[in-house]
Design a protein around this ligand. Structure first.
Ligand code: PAF
Length: 284
């Protein structure tokens, strides 16, 4: 593990040279960006990364730029030692865990990317600036690591859409790969923030995945939204932020009559914890 940009670059260069010396003329570097507090969902990303390339690099950085005032930057779970040990067990030694000063030596007020209209909707409406900060750090990580492929979880579906769009719009030459959400056996999407849930909240949180499941097999977008709303409304501990159905190719809301593929996204507060989830539906 290293927290130095120069050091991770030279370790990646050494790993590439080692692969070339061993007869692989074009080793593929795969980046898995994380904020640490690794769980089975992250480890699924790491496993997928190992399938997609030759050299896996995992970054661990709780990016201050993507947290707004009053959000959980200070309390966000940090388990670096355990994270590095879990990665070592999976054979990943290229772990980049920079400090904020290494990433933003001139403080946080420098040049930033803007996520555009889609970045201001849904998660971006509740968390203004979140996606600008997220894209800025992902762009920096792409420049630092120089990956051929980068792997992100579908759990953060709007993030995945925006990273794909950034890579395309800004010609990064990085293939952005999404990995299916890993769920607990009762359906709850795994998230580092689940550790905040008290037992009663944990039970109520199941309404999110249950609402998405209830919307599957609907005849129209309007029916799908009605079915999901009914499940959420039946759980008094759910404080709904948004429930939306968007077109997978544009992330724009679909019409009530829409049939075909759509992504249903939900965000809600359960007790003091804000949770998100999503599911691809085939409507009609
Ligand atoms: O999904 C996350 O953990 C973060 O948003 C990411 C992609 C590592 C950027 O900080």
């Amino acid at each position: 593990m290293t927290n130095s940009i120069d050091d991770i670059r030279s370790r990646i260069a050494d790993a590439k040279q080692g692969a070339i010396d061993n007869g692989n003329p074009r080793p593929r570097v795969v980046l898995v960006p994380t904020m640490g507090a690794l769980h089975a969902g992250h480890l699924a990303l790491v496993d997928e990364a190992a399938e997609l390339g030759d050299i896996v690099v995992v970054s661990i950085f709780v990016n201050p730029l993507q947290f707004g005032p009053g959000e959980d930057l200070d309390s966000y779970p940090r388990t670096l030692e355990q994270d590095v040990a879990q990665l070592a067990e999976r054979g990943v030694s290229l772990v980049f865990a920079p400090t904020a000063a290494e990433m933003y030596p001139d403080s946080n007020a420098g040049v930033r990317l803007t996520a555009g209209d889609i970045g201001a909707s849904l998660e971006g409406a509740t968390r203004p600036g979140h996606f600008d900060g997220m894209l800025t750090v992902v762009a920096k990580l792409f420049h630092i690591v120089g990956p051929d492929v980068a792997v992100f979880g579908e759990k953060d579906r709007q993030q995945l859409f925006l990273v794909k769009r950034m890579a395309k719009d800004l010609n990064f030459g990085v293939e952005v790969h999404g990995v299916e959400t890993v769920r607990a056996s009762d359906g709850l999407a795994l998230s580092s923030r689940n550790v905040y849930l008290e037992a009663s909240d944990r039970a109520a949180a199941l309404a999110l995945s249950a609402a998405l499941a209830a919307a599957a097999n609907s005849e129209s977008a309007a029916d799908a939204l009605d079915a999901a709303h009914a499940v959420l409304a039946a759980e008094p501990r759910i404080d709904l932020d948004y429930l939306a159905l968007v077109d997978p190719s544009s992330f724009a809301p679909v019409s009530p009559e829409h049939q075909g593929q759509a992504i249903m996204l939900v965000a809600a507060r359960v007790g003091s914890t804000r949770l998100i989830d999503n599911r691809t539906l085939s409507i009609g």
